[in-house]
Design a protein around this ligand. Structure first.
Ligand SMILES: [Zn+2]
Length: 64
């Protein structure tokens, strides 16, 4: 019996493509981000700029 059960804990990690402005590149970048909910209740997509590695964030607006 070799039941190697791999448990990947992060079930809410839904990676999707977003576009955000990278302040370092000074350009719009497409990035793979995860949706997060900010403290003020707004939703945002958070990710890393694929070019320079800077954190980028895109505000998605209120959840409707
Ligand atoms: Zn960048």
């Amino acid at each position: 019996m070799t039941a190697a059960s791999k448990v990947v804990g992060e079930g809410r990690a839904s990676v999707a493509k977003y576009e955000a402005y990278c302040v370092k590149c000074r350009a719009k970048r497409e990035f793979e981000g995860t949706e997060v909910t900010l403290k003020n209740g707004r939703k945002a997509a958070q990710g890393i700029c694929p070019v320079c590695g800077t954190k980028v964030m895109r505000i998605l607006g209120k959840a409707s």
